[in-house]
Design a protein around this ligand. Structure first.
Ligand SMILES: [Zn+2]
Length: 75
């Protein structure tokens, strides 16, 4: 019976680098290696800040503008 805890020979483990990259879906900035072998998309801090600022602006605009009443129904 072979021992259950078979360890890989030294030098083979810990040297592999992930092939995928994390890319910002907004500005295509390389965010570093991904944990998977495929490219993944994320959002860099810069774009996150911009997006949140835009969202806040949109929200402010919506809240400022008075809600328009729906057109009265004519019977
Ligand atoms: Zn970005």
């Amino acid at each position: 019976m072979p021992p259950e805890n078979i360890e890989p020979p030294a030098g083979l483990s810990g040297t592999e680098t992930p092939k995928g990259r994390r890319i910002c879906a907004w500005c295509k900035k390389d965010l570093g290696p991904a944990e998977t072998e495929e490219d993944t998309h994320g959002m860099c801090d810069e774009c996150k800040t911009k997006a949140f600022a835009q969202l806040a602006e949109l929200k402010a605009e919506k809240e400022e503008a008075p809600a328009k009443n729906p057109p009265a129904e004519k019977e």
